[in-house]
Each structure stands twice: as C-alpha cells, then as structure tokens.
Design a protein around this ligand. Structure first.
Ligand code: HDD
Length: 690
C-alpha cells in the first residue's frame, strides 16, 4: 500500500505533521485502532438493521459528511505547486529583507494560480483574470505576494470590492452564468464605474485566456515599498516573467477546451512538474524613485495604473522554480491561506487604498474558510522559521505551547530566554512617514484624490500597444460579451464609456452589435496621449519555441512507425512533448511493429495541443474523411492558427476539410520547426478582423 494513501497518527503528541513515520500494514480508525473489515457495516443479523455501536462506520461517515469547507469567495478554483525562490542579484541597498540579501540564497515557496469568478469545480479556461499568489517561507517569516496575471485592478478602493465581485459572479436571482463575465450585472457595474476601463481592456485581451499558467506573467499590482537597513524607503512594483515566454489561446479554442478538458491548466502544471520540466519565472522590480512618482501624470498609489517598463525598467533580482507537486490537494491547495498583510522586515505597504483594504479582508476570510484563528498552524501556512508569541488557545490549537506564562513581560517562562520572548530591534518596523505624494496625515476624509481621476489614458495606451490581431481579439471579445447582455441600455452605456478609450474600438464593437456609436460619457479627466509600450503586447513578447509545448501526431493501423518515431524525436529534441492520437487506443499494428496511442481521437481533440501532424495511409484517410472527430481535429487546428504537418497520404484529408495551405501547413519533415509558433497571418482568412 502506498505510504501516502493512509493517514496515521504515529507522531508524538503535539507533532504537526500527520503523515506516517513508518510503514503501516493495516487501516486504522482516526484514533489508531486497527480495522478488521472495511467492506461491511455492523448489523443485527446478516440482513438486519445497522447498529449504532459501529464506531468504524460512524467515524468514517461522520468524517465524510464534513469533508468540505467554504470555498474561497473569489479565486476558488486554483492549482498550486511547491518550489523555491533564488536571489540572483542581491539588493541590500534597497531592502533589508533577508531573502534578497545574498546572491544564490534560496527560499522555499508555495505558489497558487487561480481563476477569479468561477467556483472550485468550474473550468480552467474561461475569459478571466488569473491569480498568481506566492508564499515565501523566508527565514524571517512568511511573505505573501498575492498578485494577478494582469498588472492593474478594476477598482481603486477596497470598499468597491464586494460590489465588483457580486456583479461578476453568477447573478443573484438565477444562479448563472458560472465563471463568466459575459452577463448583464457585470457590464452594468463596469459601465457605471469608468475606473474599471483599464483592467476591463486587459481582461478583454488575450491576457485573460492564457495557454498555460507556465506562460503568463505575474504582477504584485500595487506599488509597494522596500525599506533598507537604514530605514530608507523606495517605491517598487513586483513582476514575474515566465521563462517560456507569454502565450495565449484563441477564444474559440479556450471555449472548446472547456468541453475537451475542464482541468486543462491544472493538468498542464501538474504534468510539467511531474515530468521534470519545472516551470520557471524571473522575478523583477520596477524601482520608482520619489522624483519619478512626483512627475508622473497619475498617482503611483492608484492600482488602476501601470508604470510602463520603458519609463521604469524591470530589474531582475531573482527566479522562481516550481519543482514539486502537492502531496494532497485539500491539505495544501485548499487550506493555503495567503495574506497580503504577511510582510517581512524590509518590505512594507503603501497608502494604496485597495491594498489597505486587502490587509483586513484576507485575514478575516481565513477564519470563515478554515474555521479557526489557528489557521497559521496548518502545515502549509506555518512559517518554516521559529515563531513565538503569547497568542494561545482557540479551536484547533494543534501546537502544544509549553511553560507557565502566557503573557509578556514575565519572569517565569522556561522556554527560550530566561524572561520569555521579547520584541526585538531586528523586528518589523512600519515605515513611519505618511506625507508622501501630497498626503496630509491629519485629515480624515472620505474622498478620492484628484490624481486618481484619469481613467482612459492608460487603456488607450494599452489599445495602441497591441498588434492588429490583438486589437481584433479585444473588439471581438467585447462584441461577444455585450451580445450576451440582454439589457440594451447597458450595452449602449458601455459603448459610450469605451468611446473615451478609442473611437475606432467603440465603432468596431458597435458595428459587431448592430448599434450606432453613442455620444461619449463625459470623462472626469480628459485622456492624454501616452504613446504605446511593447511590453503590453503578448504577440510582441511571444517566444518561437517548442520548449514546454505539447504537440500531437495522428496515426492509425498501418501507419509508418519509423515516420512517427522520427517526428517524435525531432520534437523531443527541441524540448517539446508528443502525444500520440489514433482512432483506437490500441496497441495497434503499424508498419514496423506495434504502437499504443496516448489518446483516442474523439477524446483528444486538437485544442489540447500546440500543433498537430498526421502520419496516415491513403486508405485510412478515406475512412477518416467520414469521421467528424477527424475533420474537427484538422479544422480546429487550422482555425486555431496552429502548424499542421502532413505526409503524402494525409494531404487529401486537409484538402477535403477545405484547408488553405500557408506557411504553417507543411510536410512532416518541416513540421518540428513550424510547430514552434502560431500563424497569426492566417487569421484574416478565417475571421473578420475589422
Ligand atoms: Fe483578492 C483571494 C488577488 C483585491 C479579497 N485575491 C485572492 C487570491 C488572489 C487575489 C490571487 C487567491 C489567493 C489564493 O490562491 O488563495 N485580490 C488579488 C489582487 C487584488 C485583489 C491582485 C488587487 C490588486 N481581494 C482584493 C480586494 C479584496 C480582496 C480589494 C477585499 C477587499 N481576495 C480577497 C478575499 C480572498 C482573495 C476575499 C478570497 C480567498 C482568500 O482571500 O483567501 O479575501
């Protein structure tokens, strides 16, 4: 029996980890009593009623009945992994945080990626922002960087968060749609809140349909501060840059993936780590000097704004490698509690009003989700450095604190120093100044500063930074979303707000909906021209590589094994993985031996792969021409802009499916090279990009 499949309490009293400390040969109850029969409950006679006395049955059912906890109110669906952060460029001049103190220093991490709107059992590929939360177990306490894959947020003040989330979640009366923003309440809210426009345009872009968690950027979103040993503070923004480059799906592909594999991203992350292809990100900071912060035409404490990388370049100071899958989804992923308020000496907050509200919300929600103020004692949340204080008792107190004194100061404590643990000079010190960027610490005002008032210049910059295809995707996404909005005045109002971003965008969306462009809603502040920034486009930052990607080869009985082997090794030689697809799983008799497919054709549609190829004989092609799964396989790969490799025999299938040959449709000999990218030029043959 696998060691992981049993839970055993062989540890010492008070020990945290409930994993087995040695092999166990039998099932036991939660209290350690060996069970003799796990198939039959205890009954009064062989066909009589079940007895209350059956503690084995009762304990098992009792535990099962309580196995679920409330899911996260947002980011309920997530996938996570363990790994490490390595400092590659020490920054003691900027921060005294120990994890940045020395080149080569490693800090363990636990990272959780998530969608936002859907429930825990929802799909992986809806159009949505993705969460990117990292828990650093530093030697000076836990630091949680709880970010997203989009560098800005919908709202400027935490007081609007419940409204935003209520609007995007399934509608209050009908309980649908699940995991989707394409509905009335979301667009009603969005169109009434012009500050949402910047994040809205990111969410309508391909950023919201990533190909893989391994191929998306992460951002801390807020401006934070780093504080050095002398107490000097510097504003920074945090960035994660994937080593595999950025890659997105196309919309139709992401929609089809929701049927083909609900767990597409979870499986992708798990399999990459399981096969030793550890996902990796560079970690960088944008240093924002006080002078720059003063000069920018917006406030750097406004979370709806970025600081373009052309103005403040990202300095890479570390890397993160995820190299271990969780042992248990519930114990680790589900019970992980990330708190933006978890900072360590050398990292501090700013007055960003969204961040300030988050500092309360996350701590609060853990009590409701995990049921106890002692959630920090759950192994995934516990710091890996020593910790000591006088917080005591409460539900699920699993540590066993020793000593007579549970107050401080005291002179009785026998653990640690003679007089018990004390506050230390090395401890976290809040940065004391509160007068930056014109703030007056004496005022108590329920206001939004005027410097937060430009809602359109940055969305306009984002729009102008996109390639033609990317602009078309944004316009189509808006048409799709608004076409699902049943209330006409919401559609029109959204158009009148979008007009302030760009007239052409508003016109394209209006045309797609069959509406006229309405007059623009008067903006609080007239937008200004901020130019463009290449770092905002995915396509401009795309890597032409097969590394980390999965491609499929379609074969059937009688196919040429040598040809399949050759294609496989050319892909694997470049760091990609190959998945063999056939009408039957097999083992199948092929020319040169027997071959087993990894997946059956109808169950392995082409949206699952980054590129496809076919090794088929003419008689098999005849059959496949009449098979809708085969036709869909080819047509979808074509319309999702993927490379398609063909052998002389399989060319007829492409022709029969109406495929127009272009640079991406190549004989198999050229496929490994062609498979390293998508064919954006093809898109104008397939869809109206106007
Ligand atoms: Fe949040 C979870 C990211 C604003 C309240 N948030 C949560 C998670 C991520 C983010 C990645 C999932 C963490 C995990 O994997 O367990 N949230 C963000 C970002 C924000 C943001 C990048 C803006 C910059 N969030 C935000 C605000 C509030 C919350 C303004 C409330 C005022 N967020 C929560 C929460 C959650 C959460 C309700 C749900 C589960 C949890 O915290 O632990 O408290």
């Amino acid at each position: 029996m696998s060691r992981r499949s049993i839970q055993s309490g062989k540890g010492k009293a008070g020990e945290l980890h409930q994993t087995s400390s040695g092999p166990r040969d039998a099932l036991t109850t939660n209290h350690g009593v060996r069970i003799s029969d796990n198939q039959n409950s205890l009954r009064a006679g062989s066909v009589g009623p079940t007895l209350l006395e059956d503690f084995v049955l009762r304990e098992k059912i009792f535990h099962f009945d309580h196995e679920r906890i409330p899911e996260r109110i947002v980011h309920a669906r997530g996938s996570a992994a363990h790994g490490y952060f390595e400092c590659t460029d020490a920054i003691p001049g900027l921060s005294r945080a120990s994890l940045f103190s020395e080149k080569g220093k490693r800090t363990p991490v636990f990272t959780r990626f998530s969608t936002v709107a859907g429930g825990a059992g929802s799909v992986d590929t809806p159009r949505d922002v993705r969460g990117f939360a990292v828990k650093f177990y530093t030697d000076e306490g836990n630091w949680d960087l709880v970010g997203n894959n989009i560098p800005v947020f919908f709202i400027q003040d935490a007081i609007k968060f419940p409204d935003l989330i209520h609007s995007v979640k399934m509608e209050a009366d009908r309980g649908f749609p699940q995991a989707a923003s394409a509905h009335d309440t979301f667009w009603d809210f969005i169109s009434l809140m012009p500050e949402t426009m910047h994040t809205m345009i990111w969410a309508m872009s391909d950023r919201a349909i990533p190909r893989s968690y391994r191929m998306m950027e992460g951002f801390g979103v807020h401006t934070f501060r780093l504080v050095n040993a002398k107490g000097k503070s510097t504003f920074v923004k945090f960035h994660w840059k994937p080593k595999l480059g950025l890659q997105s799906l196309v919309w139709d592909e992401s929609a089809k993936l929701q049927g083909a594999d609900n767990d597409f991203h979870r499986r992708d992350l798990w399999e990459a780590i399981d096969s030793g292809n550890f996902p990796e990100w560079n970690f960088g900071i944008q240093v924002i000097s006080e002078k720059l912060a003063e000069e920018l035409p917006y406030n750097v404490l406004d979370p709806t704004k970025i600081v373009p990388e052309e103005i403040a370049p990202v300095r890479i100071i570390g890397r993160m490698v995820l190299d271990r899958n969780p042992d248990n989804h519930f114990a680790e992923n589900e019970q992980a509690a990330f708190l933006p308020s978890n900072v360590v000496p050398g990292i501090d907050f700013t007055n960003d009003p969204l961040l300030q509200g988050r500092l309360f919300s996350y701590l609060d929600t853990q009590k409701s989700r995990l049921g106890t103020t002692n959630f920090h004692q759950i192994p995934i949340n516990a710091p890996k450095c020593p910790f000591a204080n006088m917080q005591r008792d409460g539900m699920m107190q699993t540590f066993v604190p020793k000593g007579r004194a549970n107050y401080e100061p005291n002179t009785l404590d026998e653990a640690g120093e003679a007089a018990g643990p004390r506050a230390s000079k090395e401890g976290f010190r809040t940065f004391e100044s509160n007068t930056e960027l014109g703030n007056s610490p004496t005022d108590k005002l329920r206001v939004r500063d005027e410097t937060f008032g430009d809602h359109f210049s940055q969305p306009r910059m984002f729009w102008h930074s996109q390639t033609e295809n990317e602009q078309a995707h944004i316009a189509s996404a808006l048409v799709f979303e608004l076409s699902k909005v049943g209330t006409e005045h919401i559609r029109k109002r959204t158009l009148s707000v979008i007009r302030n971003i760009d007239h052409d965008l508003a016109k394209r969306v209006a045309d797609g909906l069959g509406l006229k462009v309405p007059a623009a809603t008067p903006p609080f502040r007239e937008p200004v021209d901020l130019g463009s920034s290449d770092s905002l486009s995915i396509q401009k930052n795309w890597q032409t590589t097969i590394r980390g990607r999965t491609v499929a080869i379609l074969f059937a009985e009688g196919s040429d094994k040598d040809a399949i082997d050759e294609l496989t090794s050319s892909i694997e030689g470049k760091g990609g993985s190959v998945y063999l697809v056939a009408p039957k799983v097999g083992p199948l008799k092929v020319k040169g031996g027997m071959l087993q497919a990894d997946g059956q054709l109808a169950g392995s549609p082409s949206p699952l792969f980054d590129a496809v190829a076919m090794v088929l004989m003419p008689d098999q092609v005849e059959k496949l021409m009449k098979d809708s799964a085969a036709r869909g396989w080819v047509s979808d790969a074509y319309s999702h802009l993927k490379a398609i490799g063909y052998c002389p025999g399989s060319k007829a299938l492409l022709e029969d499916c109406g495929i127009v040959f272009d640079d991406g449709i190549v004989p198999n000999e050229k496929w490994a090279k062609a498979a390293a990218r998508r064919y954006w030029d093809r898109e104008s043959n397939l869809r109206d990009l106007a």
